[in-house]
Design a protein around this ligand. Structure first.
Ligand code: NAP
Length: 403
Protein backbone atom coordinates (compact mmCIF):
# COMPACT_ATOMS: atom_id res chain seq x y z
CA UNK A 1 0.00 0.00 0.00
CA UNK A 2 1.22 3.44 -0.73
CA UNK A 3 -0.08 6.72 0.50
CA UNK A 4 1.06 9.97 -0.96
CA UNK A 5 0.32 13.43 0.30
CA UNK A 6 -2.93 15.30 0.07
CA UNK A 7 -3.17 17.66 -2.89
CA UNK A 8 -2.15 21.18 -2.09
CA UNK A 9 -4.46 24.15 -2.02
CA UNK A 10 -4.68 25.76 -5.42
CA UNK A 11 -4.24 22.60 -7.44
CA UNK A 12 -6.01 22.40 -10.75
CA UNK A 13 -9.62 21.26 -10.57
CA UNK A 14 -10.25 17.57 -10.40
CA UNK A 15 -10.13 15.86 -13.72
CA UNK A 16 -8.02 18.55 -15.33
CA UNK A 17 -4.60 18.15 -13.86
CA UNK A 18 -3.24 15.40 -15.97
CA UNK A 19 -4.46 16.90 -19.18
CA UNK A 20 -3.14 20.36 -18.43
CA UNK A 21 0.04 19.69 -16.57
CA UNK A 22 1.45 16.42 -17.67
CA UNK A 23 4.79 16.90 -19.29
CA UNK A 24 5.72 15.12 -22.44
CA UNK A 25 7.94 12.76 -20.58
CA UNK A 26 7.91 11.12 -17.22
CA UNK A 27 10.50 10.99 -14.49
CA UNK A 28 11.11 8.10 -12.16
CA UNK A 29 8.63 8.09 -9.31
CA UNK A 30 10.17 5.21 -7.42
CA UNK A 31 10.28 6.09 -3.76
CA UNK A 32 7.85 8.96 -4.14
CA UNK A 33 5.14 7.08 -2.35
CA UNK A 34 5.72 6.21 1.26
CA UNK A 35 4.37 3.22 3.11
CA UNK A 36 1.65 4.51 5.40
CA UNK A 37 -1.55 3.75 7.15
CA UNK A 38 -4.88 3.47 5.43
CA UNK A 39 -6.87 6.67 5.06
CA UNK A 40 -9.69 5.97 7.39
CA UNK A 41 -7.25 5.84 10.24
CA UNK A 42 -4.95 8.51 8.94
CA UNK A 43 -7.68 11.00 8.11
CA UNK A 44 -7.87 13.14 5.00
CA UNK A 45 -7.22 16.66 3.89
CA UNK A 46 -9.78 19.44 4.14
CA UNK A 47 -10.12 20.06 0.49
CA UNK A 48 -13.04 21.17 -1.65
CA UNK A 49 -14.31 19.10 -4.48
CA UNK A 50 -16.33 19.96 -7.52
CA UNK A 51 -20.02 19.04 -7.36
CA UNK A 52 -19.73 16.40 -10.03
CA UNK A 53 -22.53 14.03 -10.93
CA UNK A 54 -24.02 12.46 -7.84
CA UNK A 55 -23.69 8.77 -7.30
CA UNK A 56 -26.60 6.50 -6.69
CA UNK A 57 -27.52 6.66 -3.09
CA UNK A 58 -28.73 4.16 -0.60
CA UNK A 59 -28.59 3.89 3.13
CA UNK A 60 -26.66 1.11 4.78
CA UNK A 61 -27.94 -0.50 7.93
CA UNK A 62 -24.31 -1.07 8.80
CA UNK A 63 -21.96 1.72 9.80
CA UNK A 64 -19.60 2.60 6.97
CA UNK A 65 -16.34 0.88 7.40
CA UNK A 66 -17.51 -1.66 9.90
CA UNK A 67 -17.61 -5.32 9.12
CA UNK A 68 -20.60 -6.80 10.81
CA UNK A 69 -20.16 -10.08 12.51
CA UNK A 70 -16.53 -10.03 13.36
CA UNK A 71 -13.52 -10.59 11.21
CA UNK A 72 -13.25 -9.61 7.58
CA UNK A 73 -14.68 -12.29 5.42
CA UNK A 74 -17.48 -13.06 7.81
CA UNK A 75 -19.69 -10.33 6.47
CA UNK A 76 -23.37 -10.91 5.86
CA UNK A 77 -22.66 -10.78 2.16
CA UNK A 78 -20.48 -13.82 2.37
CA UNK A 79 -22.39 -15.90 4.86
CA UNK A 80 -23.16 -19.49 4.10
CA UNK A 81 -26.10 -20.72 2.12
CA UNK A 82 -26.59 -17.75 -0.15
CA UNK A 83 -28.10 -18.12 -3.52
CA UNK A 84 -28.33 -15.77 -6.44
CA UNK A 85 -31.99 -15.26 -5.61
CA UNK A 86 -31.01 -13.47 -2.40
CA UNK A 87 -32.76 -10.09 -2.12
CA UNK A 88 -30.54 -7.12 -2.71
CA UNK A 89 -31.08 -5.46 0.65
CA UNK A 90 -33.25 -2.51 1.41
CA UNK A 91 -32.27 0.85 0.01
CA UNK A 92 -33.52 4.26 0.91
CA UNK A 93 -33.15 7.20 -1.40
CA UNK A 94 -31.82 10.32 0.22
CA UNK A 95 -34.19 13.21 0.54
CA UNK A 96 -32.77 15.27 -2.32
CA UNK A 97 -29.94 15.24 -4.79
CA UNK A 98 -28.49 18.30 -3.04
CA UNK A 99 -28.40 16.27 0.14
CA UNK A 100 -26.66 13.48 -1.72
CA UNK A 101 -23.96 15.78 -3.01
CA UNK A 102 -23.44 17.42 0.36
CA UNK A 103 -23.15 14.08 2.07
CA UNK A 104 -20.72 12.67 -0.50
CA UNK A 105 -18.67 15.83 -0.50
CA UNK A 106 -18.35 16.06 3.25
CA UNK A 107 -17.45 12.42 3.77
CA UNK A 108 -14.86 12.74 1.03
CA UNK A 109 -13.50 15.90 2.64
CA UNK A 110 -12.80 13.92 5.75
CA UNK A 111 -11.09 11.29 3.65
CA UNK A 112 -13.75 9.01 5.04
CA UNK A 113 -15.42 7.23 2.17
CA UNK A 114 -19.08 6.45 2.62
CA UNK A 115 -19.80 3.34 0.54
CA UNK A 116 -23.41 4.17 -0.37
CA UNK A 117 -22.07 7.39 -1.90
CA UNK A 118 -18.92 5.93 -3.44
CA UNK A 119 -18.25 5.77 -7.14
CA UNK A 120 -16.63 2.51 -8.15
CA UNK A 121 -14.67 2.24 -11.38
CA UNK A 122 -13.36 -0.71 -13.37
CA UNK A 123 -10.66 -0.56 -16.00
CA UNK A 124 -11.10 -3.67 -18.11
CA UNK A 125 -14.44 -5.23 -18.89
CA UNK A 126 -13.59 -8.91 -19.00
CA UNK A 127 -14.51 -12.02 -17.04
CA UNK A 128 -13.37 -10.92 -13.61
CA UNK A 129 -14.97 -7.48 -13.94
CA UNK A 130 -18.27 -9.20 -14.73
CA UNK A 131 -17.97 -11.33 -11.60
CA UNK A 132 -17.02 -8.49 -9.25
CA UNK A 133 -19.73 -6.18 -10.61
CA UNK A 134 -22.34 -8.89 -10.18
CA UNK A 135 -21.17 -9.53 -6.63
CA UNK A 136 -21.18 -5.85 -5.71
CA UNK A 137 -24.72 -5.37 -7.00
CA UNK A 138 -26.19 -8.59 -5.61
CA UNK A 139 -24.27 -8.86 -2.34
CA UNK A 140 -22.17 -5.74 -1.91
CA UNK A 141 -25.02 -3.27 -1.31
CA UNK A 142 -23.79 -1.23 -4.27
CA UNK A 143 -26.16 0.10 -6.89
CA UNK A 144 -25.53 -0.14 -10.62
CA UNK A 145 -25.45 3.64 -10.99
CA UNK A 146 -22.47 3.80 -8.62
CA UNK A 147 -20.44 1.65 -11.02
CA UNK A 148 -18.46 2.77 -14.09
CA UNK A 149 -16.66 0.44 -16.49
CA UNK A 150 -14.05 1.33 -19.11
CA UNK A 151 -12.38 -0.79 -21.77
CA UNK A 152 -10.68 0.36 -24.97
CA UNK A 153 -12.66 -1.71 -27.48
CA UNK A 154 -15.99 -1.43 -25.74
CA UNK A 155 -16.79 -4.91 -27.01
CA UNK A 156 -18.25 -6.32 -23.80
CA UNK A 157 -20.12 -3.17 -22.82
CA UNK A 158 -23.68 -4.31 -23.54
CA UNK A 159 -23.38 -6.69 -20.62
CA UNK A 160 -22.80 -3.74 -18.28
CA UNK A 161 -25.08 -1.21 -20.00
CA UNK A 162 -27.99 -3.61 -19.64
CA UNK A 163 -27.52 -3.45 -15.88
CA UNK A 164 -27.64 0.36 -15.90
CA UNK A 165 -23.89 0.76 -15.48
CA UNK A 166 -22.14 3.72 -17.13
CA UNK A 167 -19.42 2.74 -19.58
CA UNK A 168 -16.72 4.43 -21.61
CA UNK A 169 -13.83 3.59 -23.91
CA UNK A 170 -11.34 6.16 -22.61
CA UNK A 171 -9.95 4.58 -19.48
CA UNK A 172 -8.79 7.94 -18.07
CA UNK A 173 -12.45 8.95 -17.73
CA UNK A 174 -12.79 6.57 -14.80
CA UNK A 175 -10.62 9.06 -12.89
CA UNK A 176 -11.54 12.32 -14.63
CA UNK A 177 -15.13 12.45 -15.90
CA UNK A 178 -16.49 9.78 -13.55
CA UNK A 179 -14.29 10.87 -10.66
CA UNK A 180 -14.31 7.41 -9.05
CA UNK A 181 -13.28 6.79 -5.45
CA UNK A 182 -12.42 3.10 -5.73
CA UNK A 183 -10.91 1.75 -8.94
CA UNK A 184 -10.35 -1.91 -9.81
CA UNK A 185 -7.65 -2.53 -12.43
CA UNK A 186 -8.82 -5.63 -14.31
CA UNK A 187 -6.64 -6.17 -17.35
CA UNK A 188 -3.65 -8.30 -18.24
CA UNK A 189 -0.09 -7.33 -17.37
CA UNK A 190 0.85 -6.76 -21.02
CA UNK A 191 -0.94 -3.40 -20.86
CA UNK A 192 1.54 -2.22 -18.23
CA UNK A 193 4.60 -3.93 -19.71
CA UNK A 194 3.86 -2.21 -23.02
CA UNK A 195 4.26 1.19 -21.32
CA UNK A 196 7.84 0.31 -20.44
CA UNK A 197 8.79 -0.65 -24.01
CA UNK A 198 11.65 1.51 -25.17
CA UNK A 199 11.71 3.56 -21.97
CA UNK A 200 12.14 1.34 -18.92
CA UNK A 201 13.02 4.30 -16.69
CA UNK A 202 10.29 6.60 -17.95
CA UNK A 203 7.21 4.50 -18.74
CA UNK A 204 4.34 6.15 -20.52
CA UNK A 205 0.91 6.45 -18.92
CA UNK A 206 -1.30 3.42 -19.54
CA UNK A 207 -4.44 5.60 -19.58
CA UNK A 208 -3.03 7.78 -22.41
CA UNK A 209 -2.28 10.37 -19.74
CA UNK A 210 -1.45 10.46 -16.04
CA UNK A 211 -4.41 10.36 -13.74
CA UNK A 212 -5.68 13.69 -12.39
CA UNK A 213 -4.78 15.02 -8.96
CA UNK A 214 -8.04 14.13 -7.30
CA UNK A 215 -9.02 16.20 -4.30
CA UNK A 216 -10.10 13.17 -2.37
CA UNK A 217 -8.38 9.90 -1.50
CA UNK A 218 -8.30 7.39 -4.29
CA UNK A 219 -8.36 3.67 -3.59
CA UNK A 220 -6.89 1.45 -6.27
CA UNK A 221 -7.18 -2.33 -6.27
CA UNK A 222 -5.04 -4.02 -8.88
CA UNK A 223 -5.86 -7.48 -10.17
CA UNK A 224 -3.19 -7.15 -12.83
CA UNK A 225 -1.11 -10.30 -12.73
CA UNK A 226 2.67 -10.29 -12.86
CA UNK A 227 2.97 -6.53 -12.37
CA UNK A 228 4.17 -5.01 -9.12
CA UNK A 229 2.40 -2.10 -7.41
CA UNK A 230 5.34 0.13 -8.18
CA UNK A 231 5.42 -0.85 -11.88
CA UNK A 232 1.75 0.02 -12.21
CA UNK A 233 1.81 3.25 -10.24
CA UNK A 234 4.64 4.58 -12.35
CA UNK A 235 2.33 4.33 -15.36
CA UNK A 236 -0.43 6.22 -13.57
CA UNK A 237 1.03 9.06 -11.52
CA UNK A 238 2.64 12.20 -12.83
CA UNK A 239 6.25 11.80 -11.67
CA UNK A 240 6.74 15.56 -11.50
CA UNK A 241 4.10 15.95 -8.80
CA UNK A 242 3.70 12.63 -7.01
CA UNK A 243 2.99 14.52 -3.78
CA UNK A 244 -0.28 15.79 -5.21
CA UNK A 245 -1.88 12.37 -5.10
CA UNK A 246 -3.34 10.60 -2.13
CA UNK A 247 -3.63 6.97 -3.11
CA UNK A 248 -4.09 3.74 -1.24
CA UNK A 249 -2.97 1.01 -3.62
CA UNK A 250 -3.30 -2.74 -3.11
CA UNK A 251 -2.61 -5.77 -5.19
CA UNK A 252 -5.41 -8.26 -4.84
CA UNK A 253 -6.60 -11.52 -6.34
CA UNK A 254 -10.30 -12.22 -6.18
CA UNK A 255 -11.97 -15.21 -7.73
CA UNK A 256 -15.22 -15.45 -9.65
CA UNK A 257 -17.01 -16.84 -6.58
CA UNK A 258 -17.46 -13.17 -5.62
CA UNK A 259 -20.39 -13.07 -8.07
CA UNK A 260 -22.20 -15.19 -5.46
CA UNK A 261 -20.83 -13.31 -2.46
CA UNK A 262 -18.63 -16.35 -1.82
CA UNK A 263 -15.32 -15.35 -3.37
CA UNK A 264 -11.81 -15.82 -2.09
CA UNK A 265 -9.71 -12.66 -2.06
CA UNK A 266 -5.98 -12.49 -1.51
CA UNK A 267 -4.78 -9.04 -0.50
CA UNK A 268 -1.27 -7.71 0.07
CA UNK A 269 -1.80 -6.67 3.70
CA UNK A 270 -3.40 -8.05 6.82
CA UNK A 271 -7.07 -7.24 6.23
CA UNK A 272 -7.57 -6.60 9.95
CA UNK A 273 -4.74 -4.11 10.08
CA UNK A 274 -4.60 -0.35 9.78
CA UNK A 275 -3.05 -0.82 6.34
CA UNK A 276 -6.43 -1.58 4.80
CA UNK A 277 -8.94 1.27 4.90
CA UNK A 278 -12.26 0.39 6.42
CA UNK A 279 -14.38 1.04 3.31
CA UNK A 280 -12.24 -1.33 1.25
CA UNK A 281 -12.35 -3.97 3.95
CA UNK A 282 -16.12 -3.67 4.14
CA UNK A 283 -16.66 -3.70 0.40
CA UNK A 284 -14.42 -6.69 -0.31
CA UNK A 285 -15.69 -8.62 2.71
CA UNK A 286 -19.23 -8.46 1.39
CA UNK A 287 -18.29 -10.47 -1.68
CA UNK A 288 -15.29 -12.54 -0.59
CA UNK A 289 -13.29 -13.94 2.28
CA UNK A 290 -10.14 -11.89 2.69
CA UNK A 291 -6.76 -13.54 3.16
CA UNK A 292 -3.41 -11.85 3.52
CA UNK A 293 -0.93 -12.99 0.87
CA UNK A 294 2.49 -11.33 0.50
CA UNK A 295 2.82 -9.20 -2.63
CA UNK A 296 5.35 -11.55 -4.21
CA UNK A 297 2.96 -14.49 -3.89
CA UNK A 298 -0.17 -12.83 -5.28
CA UNK A 299 0.41 -14.28 -8.76
CA UNK A 300 0.65 -17.79 -7.32
CA UNK A 301 -2.54 -17.09 -5.35
CA UNK A 302 -4.21 -16.00 -8.60
CA UNK A 303 -3.27 -19.26 -10.36
CA UNK A 304 -4.62 -21.24 -7.41
CA UNK A 305 -7.58 -19.21 -6.18
CA UNK A 306 -8.53 -17.56 -9.48
CA UNK A 307 -8.10 -20.27 -12.06
CA UNK A 308 -8.14 -23.15 -9.54
CA UNK A 309 -11.84 -22.49 -9.14
CA UNK A 310 -12.33 -23.77 -12.70
CA UNK A 311 -10.37 -26.92 -11.77
CA UNK A 312 -12.54 -27.40 -8.69
CA UNK A 313 -15.68 -27.32 -10.88
CA UNK A 314 -13.99 -29.73 -13.27
CA UNK A 315 -13.23 -32.17 -10.43
CA UNK A 316 -16.78 -31.94 -9.07
CA UNK A 317 -18.20 -32.54 -12.52
CA UNK A 318 -15.98 -35.60 -13.02
CA UNK A 319 -16.93 -36.96 -9.60
CA UNK A 320 -20.60 -36.43 -10.47
CA UNK A 321 -20.13 -38.38 -13.70
CA UNK A 322 -18.77 -41.27 -11.65
CA UNK A 323 -21.70 -41.08 -9.25
CA UNK A 324 -24.12 -41.05 -12.20
CA UNK A 325 -22.32 -44.04 -13.71
CA UNK A 326 -22.86 -46.08 -10.56
CA UNK A 327 -26.52 -45.15 -10.24
CA UNK A 328 -27.23 -41.75 -8.65
CA UNK A 329 -29.60 -39.52 -10.57
CA UNK A 330 -27.88 -36.66 -12.42
CA UNK A 331 -29.04 -33.97 -9.98
CA UNK A 332 -28.21 -36.03 -6.92
CA UNK A 333 -24.82 -36.91 -8.38
CA UNK A 334 -23.86 -33.25 -8.83
CA UNK A 335 -25.19 -32.32 -5.42
CA UNK A 336 -23.35 -35.13 -3.64
CA UNK A 337 -20.12 -34.46 -5.49
CA UNK A 338 -20.33 -30.76 -4.54
CA UNK A 339 -21.28 -31.43 -0.92
CA UNK A 340 -18.47 -33.97 -0.55
CA UNK A 341 -15.94 -31.51 -1.94
CA UNK A 342 -17.30 -28.83 0.39
CA UNK A 343 -17.04 -31.26 3.33
CA UNK A 344 -13.43 -32.07 2.43
CA UNK A 345 -12.48 -28.39 2.20
CA UNK A 346 -14.30 -27.40 5.36
CA UNK A 347 -12.97 -30.22 7.57
CA UNK A 348 -9.48 -29.48 6.37
CA UNK A 349 -9.75 -25.73 7.08
CA UNK A 350 -11.39 -26.20 10.43
CA UNK A 351 -9.12 -28.99 11.69
CA UNK A 352 -5.89 -27.53 10.36
CA UNK A 353 -4.77 -31.10 9.65
CA UNK A 354 -2.65 -31.82 6.55
CA UNK A 355 -4.79 -33.15 3.65
CA UNK A 356 -2.71 -36.33 3.33
CA UNK A 357 -3.36 -37.12 6.97
CA UNK A 358 -7.09 -36.52 6.56
CA UNK A 359 -7.10 -38.70 3.45
CA UNK A 360 -5.40 -41.53 5.31
CA UNK A 361 -7.87 -41.17 8.15
CA UNK A 362 -10.75 -42.09 5.84
CA UNK A 363 -9.04 -45.02 4.11
CA UNK A 364 -9.40 -48.57 5.50
CA UNK A 365 -6.71 -51.16 4.67
CA UNK A 366 -7.69 -53.19 1.63
CA UNK A 367 -10.91 -51.17 1.35
CA UNK A 368 -12.83 -49.33 -1.32
CA UNK A 369 -11.28 -45.86 -0.82
CA UNK A 370 -7.70 -47.04 -1.44
CA UNK A 371 -8.93 -48.87 -4.52
CA UNK A 372 -10.29 -45.55 -5.84
CA UNK A 373 -7.14 -43.62 -4.90
CA UNK A 374 -5.04 -46.24 -6.68
CA UNK A 375 -7.17 -45.74 -9.76
CA UNK A 376 -6.58 -41.97 -9.59
CA UNK A 377 -2.84 -42.54 -9.23
CA UNK A 378 -2.78 -44.73 -12.35
CA UNK A 379 -3.98 -41.66 -14.29
CA UNK A 380 -1.28 -39.42 -12.77
CA UNK A 381 -4.05 -37.36 -11.26
CA UNK A 382 -1.85 -35.57 -8.74
CA UNK A 383 0.68 -34.65 -11.45
CA UNK A 384 -2.13 -33.41 -13.70
CA UNK A 385 -3.59 -31.10 -11.04
CA UNK A 386 -0.21 -29.72 -10.01
CA UNK A 387 0.63 -29.11 -13.66
CA UNK A 388 -2.70 -27.36 -14.23
CA UNK A 389 -1.88 -24.76 -11.57
CA UNK A 390 1.59 -24.34 -13.00
CA UNK A 391 0.21 -24.02 -16.55
CA UNK A 392 -2.29 -21.35 -15.48
CA UNK A 393 0.48 -19.43 -13.70
CA UNK A 394 2.73 -19.60 -16.75
CA UNK A 395 -0.06 -18.64 -19.17
CA UNK A 396 -0.89 -15.51 -17.18
CA UNK A 397 2.83 -14.65 -17.10
CA UNK A 398 3.01 -15.12 -20.88
CA UNK A 399 -0.03 -12.85 -21.28
CA UNK A 400 1.75 -10.22 -19.20
CA UNK A 401 4.92 -10.55 -21.27
CA UNK A 402 3.09 -10.54 -24.64
CA UNK A 403 3.69 -7.62 -27.07
N1 NAP B 1 -10.73 -14.29 -14.55
C1 NAP B 1 -10.41 -14.53 -13.26
O1 NAP B 1 -10.99 -15.40 -12.59
C2 NAP B 1 -9.34 -13.73 -12.58
C3 NAP B 1 -9.20 -13.91 -11.24
C4 NAP B 1 -8.25 -13.17 -10.57
C5 NAP B 1 -7.46 -12.28 -11.28
N2 NAP B 1 -7.59 -12.12 -12.60
C6 NAP B 1 -6.68 -11.17 -13.28
O2 NAP B 1 -7.45 -10.07 -13.75
C7 NAP B 1 -6.92 -9.58 -14.97
C8 NAP B 1 -8.04 -9.58 -16.01
O3 NAP B 1 -8.52 -10.91 -16.16
P1 NAP B 1 -9.84 -11.25 -16.98
O4 NAP B 1 -10.02 -12.71 -16.84
O5 NAP B 1 -10.95 -10.35 -16.63
O6 NAP B 1 -9.32 -10.91 -18.48
P2 NAP B 1 -10.17 -10.73 -19.82
O7 NAP B 1 -11.50 -11.36 -19.70
O8 NAP B 1 -9.26 -11.17 -20.91
O9 NAP B 1 -10.38 -9.14 -19.92
C9 NAP B 1 -9.32 -8.25 -20.08
C10 NAP B 1 -9.86 -6.85 -20.20
O10 NAP B 1 -8.75 -5.93 -20.29
C11 NAP B 1 -9.11 -4.91 -21.18
N3 NAP B 1 -7.97 -4.19 -21.78
C12 NAP B 1 -7.21 -4.55 -22.84
N4 NAP B 1 -6.30 -3.58 -23.11
C13 NAP B 1 -6.51 -2.61 -22.20
C14 NAP B 1 -5.90 -1.33 -21.98
N5 NAP B 1 -4.89 -0.89 -22.74
N6 NAP B 1 -6.37 -0.56 -20.98
C15 NAP B 1 -7.38 -1.00 -20.21
N7 NAP B 1 -8.01 -2.20 -20.37
C16 NAP B 1 -7.57 -2.99 -21.34
C17 NAP B 1 -9.88 -5.64 -22.26
O11 NAP B 1 -10.65 -4.69 -22.95
P3 NAP B 1 -11.12 -4.94 -24.47
O12 NAP B 1 -12.17 -5.98 -24.36
O13 NAP B 1 -11.61 -3.60 -24.86
O14 NAP B 1 -9.89 -5.40 -25.22
C18 NAP B 1 -10.72 -6.61 -21.44
O15 NAP B 1 -11.94 -6.01 -21.08
C19 NAP B 1 -5.74 -10.51 -15.34
O16 NAP B 1 -4.52 -9.92 -14.96
C20 NAP B 1 -6.03 -11.76 -14.52
O17 NAP B 1 -4.86 -12.44 -14.17
C21 NAP B 1 -8.53 -12.81 -13.27
Amino acid sequence: MSNTNVPEEGNPPEGEASQAEVPGSQTNVTGSTAEGEAFSEAGGGEVARSPSAGAGSKTEAQAPGSVPGSTPGSSPGSSAGKSKSKSKGSTTEHASSAGKKRSRSSSRKRGDLDLPEAKIGFIGAGKITEAIVEGLIDFGQIQANQIHVASPSGKNMDHFKNKGIKTCKRTLEIFSRFDCDIVFLCFHGAVIKECYKGSPDRPRAFCTNYIPYMKHPLYILSLVSHCSSDEIQRTMLNPDHPDKYKIEFHRIMINAGCAYGLGVCAIDCDPDSKHLSAPLRTLLSRIAKLEFVPKDQIDAACATGGYGLAFAYYFISAMADGAFKVGLSRDMAIRFAAKTSQCGAQTLLESGVHPDQLRDSVIAPGGAAIEGIHSLEKTDFSFAVTSAIEAAYQKEKDLADAN
